[in-house]
Design a protein around this ligand. Structure first.
Ligand SMILES: Cc1cc2nc3c(=O)[nH]c(=O)nc-3n(C[C@H](O)[C@H](O)[C@H](O)COP(=O)(O)OP(=O)(O)OC[C@H]3O[C@@H](n4cnc5c(N)ncnc54)[C@H](O)[C@@H]3O)c2cc1C
Length: 309
């Protein structure tokens, strides 16, 4: 059994989710190869070669893969993937953009967002916004799987010494092109990798009031998230959304401020180790999942809390 893991990267560094994906591959067992598809991504390949448990790194370095357009990367993965028992990618926007196309090209079913590996062909994955866990067995020749990073502790980024092999295949489908990107720049930790997350909901009332959460987060070294209602109301950008249709987080500490606790929000944060909820409505469903609940007006509680940190 040999497993192909698609590296998540920006042509410079390996994204942490790759380490969780390799951890899932290690649970399946067998040799683990990592594909780095990019342009000028030699440093990424070298870093991937050091990941514990990786036997080989395939580096497809080509202008066609510079921005990892799925139209170009998916045919590459499908071509390489035929020789593998499993193809894994993190269930990030990128992984979710590429792997369904790979599954279709290989004419197999995709197994989405696994949270545990039961055996080489059997996996657990959440369904109904995490309200039920399905155990899925697949007899596909090549198992195409996205991995929920929070389900697997990352392997060590150092310790391996895999060989890097160049892959010549260049697929330029010519049906999409990179126009530009607007990257949110922040000194705060990345939401899905942060140990502490402070999230605000509709109760924040407007975007300006998020300054109270930023101040608290900066003292705690935390990332700031939001509910969909806060995003839809335009308080904050949508890359801050936590939940079923946002990011899935499982930090050591999650502080939900002015968030009611709809199941779609809980789907994105209920695996957090400790949950603190601040809400003025004692009946709010968020208190059912909270380890610590404070029934209070957030505009009084947050400045008080900030003073104490
Ligand atoms: C298909 C689908 C996907 C969805 N995906 C997501 C998702 O990914 N993420 C997500 O979050 N939602 C998602 N939703 C939306 C979800 O159903 C809820 O509408 C949303 O989570 C509500 O956000 P909220 O808790 O901020 O707002 P509300 O439900 O309006 O709650 C606001 C809370 O703030 C409290 N509050 C108000 N003022 C104060 C104050 N001064 N002090 C303290 N507390 C105060 C209120 O008591 C209330 O509990 C999705 C919905 C659907 C249908």
């Amino acid at each position: 059994m040999t497993i192909l893991v698609i590296a998540e990267h920006d042509n410079k560094v390996v994204a942490p989710a790759t380490l969780n994906t390799v951890a899932a591959a290690a649970k399946i067992g067998g040799d683990i190869h990592v594909l780095v598809a990019g342009q000028g991504a030699g440093a990424v390949a070298e870093a991937a070669a050091k990941i514990a448990g990786v036997a080989k790194v395939l580096l497809a370095d080509n202008a066609a893969y510079a921005h990892q357009l799925p139209e170009n990367v998916a045919p590459l993965v499908a071509e390489l993937g035929k020789g593998y028992s499993h193809i894994l990618a993190a269930a990030t926007s990128n992984g979710k953009n590429i792997l369904p196309r790979v599954a279709a090209a290989l004419d197999v079913d995709q197994i989405s967002e696994i949270i545990s590996v039961e055996s080489a062909d059997t996996f657990k994955r959440p369904i109904y916004a995490g309200n039920a866990i399905a155990t899925v067995q697949s007899n596909a020749a090549v198992k195409v799987i996205t991995v929920r990073a929070t389900g697997f502790d990352p392997v060590a980024a150092e310790g391996g010494s895999a060989a890097v092999e160049a892959v010549g295949a260049a697929h330029d489908a010519g049906i999409s092109s990179f126009v530009g990107e607007e990257l949110a720049k922040s000194d705060r930790p990345e939401l899905t990798a942060a140990k502490i997350v402070v999230s605000g909901g509709r109760g924040m009332q407007n975007g300006d009031n998020f300054k109270h959460l930023y101040a608290l987060a900066d003292k705690l070294g935390a990332a700031v998230g939001a509910s969909r209602a806060a995003v839809d109301a335009g308080f904050v950008p949508n890359d801050m959304q936590v939940g079923q249709t946002g990011k899935i987080v499982a930090p050591q500490l999650y502080i939900a401020v002015g968030i009611s606790g709809a199941i779609q929000h809980l789907a994105g944060m209920k695996d957090s180790k400790v949950i603190v909820a601040i809400n003025k409505d004692e009946e709010a469903p968020i208190f059912q999942v909270a380890d610590y609940g404070l029934v209070a007006d957030l505009f009084e509680a947050i400045p008080e809390l900030e003073k104490l940190v």
